[in-house]
Design a protein around this ligand. Structure first.
Ligand SMILES: Cc1cc2nc3c(=O)[nH]c(=O)nc-3n(C[C@H](O)[C@H](O)[C@H](O)COP(=O)(O)OP(=O)(O)OC[C@H]3O[C@@H](n4cnc5c(N)ncnc54)[C@H](O)[C@@H]3O)c2cc1C
Length: 371
């Protein structure tokens, strides 16, 4: 019988990819990545895709090639997981046995029932992001051809996703002198709660400076092409919903400890002796036991720690405790303007933009080279 251990990484997102890179340090493992999609989706850059700044190829990395680029002995299988039974992963096409498993399936967009509407899109799902991009593109073309006199785009959600998408569409429209014809409205009960008051005010005035209307209110209902607020009804042609996150039924149905719907892990990121959980689907804590927000940076760090702990378990070494942190935030505010904050530094404008671009490129280029 082979002594090579079988490791499955479930989910080729930010956490899963970092886990694979770490696992490649041990040559004596059979490592398989399983993902329902054949691509690693750079969600953090989706605002650029939607606002026509980049193409599909800039935002996806083929997982089959990437996996081979990380380690030619690793393998990729496209399949969708349904459940876990002891040491087997039950997927749509097959069952896969593992000695060690890392669960990194991320989260989905929460779309409350009032927002279920054919012309409201979300961006966590690539197909949806592409539909949104196409709606934006069609609107621009209609105005260039003078087939339409006015259009209205709404973005619901004041977190960084909603703000970045509104900002980039607003910037595109502003640069082409179309702000009188195409209106962008950003609606949220709270804007950029992760920023301090000064940065938040600056962000909102930047958005308004490029023609975006910001409304700090709750949406009451959506009917057809109308959004109802307390005291106003807004007509819209299409829009974006970025109001919260949920987990998939696969995670909800797993019989492991949970915090809310998220997987609860021990200090080594285990849900069970040989099963680890990472990234957005996990209830991650910092070293002060404070919950961490779902970000690519914490997903990446947790992927590295879980993989290290698998290697250390096999080598019979003591495990390392999880110690994830948020290094900083960078929020794109349209064109060459962004706000970036790290522990003691706060930069905005072109410097913030350059910081944000550097982070994106630093992540993407090495992966593109491997694929
Ligand atoms: C618009 C936007 C902007 C963002 N900006 C930032 C930012 O600036 N900085 C930052 O740090 N974070 C940002 N984030 C958050 C960041 O994208 C997430 O925190 C990150 O993607 C989480 O990584 P993950 O590995 O946990 O999951 P994901 O990257 O979501 O990957 C999960 C993987 O699992 C696969 N999968 C899911 N279900 C199954 C299944 N049943 N079977 C098989 N495979 C499955 C998926 O196909 C996917 O490949 C942003 C998010 C969005 C939407």
């Amino acid at each position: 019988m082979s002594s090579r251990k079988k490791v499955i990484v479930l989910g080729g997102g930010y956490g899963g990819v970092r886990a694979l890179e770490t696992l490649s340090k041990n040559e004596n493992l059979d490592v398989t990545l399983i993902d329902k999609n054949r691509y690693h989706y750079l969600q953090t850059e989706s605002y650029n895709l939607v606002a026509l700044n980049i193409s599909l190829d800039d935002i996806i990395i083929p997982l089959d090639k990437l996996v081979k680029g990380i380690d030619e002995n690793f393998c990729f299988i496209q399949d969708e997981v349904l459940s876990i039974k002891e040491d087997k992963l039950i997927c749509k096409n097959e069952e896969y046995r593992f000695d060690y498993l890392i669960i990194g399936v991320g989260r989905t967009t929460l779309i409350p029932s009032i927002f279920k509407n054919d012309t409201l899109f979300e961006v966590k799902n690539l197909s949806n992001a592409i539909q949104l991009k196409q709606s934006f593109e069609n609107t621009i073309v209609k105005h260039l051809k003078k087939e339409k006199t006015t259009s209205s785009i709404v973005v619901v959600g004041g977190g960084s996703s909603g703000v970045e998408i509104a900002a980039e569409m607003g910037n595109y429209i502003n640069k082409r002198d179309m702000t009188q014809q195409i209106k962008v409205t950003l609606i949220a009960d709270l804007f950029l709660s992760e920023l301090d008051d000064g940065s938040r005010k600056k962000a909102i005035s930047t958005l308004e400076g490029i023609g975006i209307r910001t409304i700090q209110k709750m949406v009451k209902k959506v009917e057809g092409d109308k959004i109802y607020l307390d005291d106003e009804v807004i007509d819209f042609d299409f829009g974006v919903v970025a109001v919260g996150l949920d987990v998939s039924d696969f995670i909800k149905n797993l019989d492991f400890k949970k915090e809310g719907n998220l997987l609860k892990v021990d200090e080594y990121l285990r849900v069970k002796e040989n099963i680890f959980a990472i990234g957005d689907c996990t209830y991650l804590l910092d070293k002060y036991n404070k919950p961490l927000p779902p970000t690519a940076q914490t997903a990446e760090q947790s992927g590295v720690i879980a993989a290290k702990n698998i290697l250390r378990t096999i080598e019979e070494k003591p495990l390392v405790k999880a110690d994830m942190k948020i290094y900083g935030l960078a929020i794109a505010l349209g064109g060459k303007f962004a706000i970036a904050t790290a522990s003691f530094i706060k930069i905005d404008g072109i410097l913030g933009y350059l910081g944000k671009k550097a982070i994106e490129k630093f992540y993407k280029i090495p992966l593109k080279l491997k694929a």
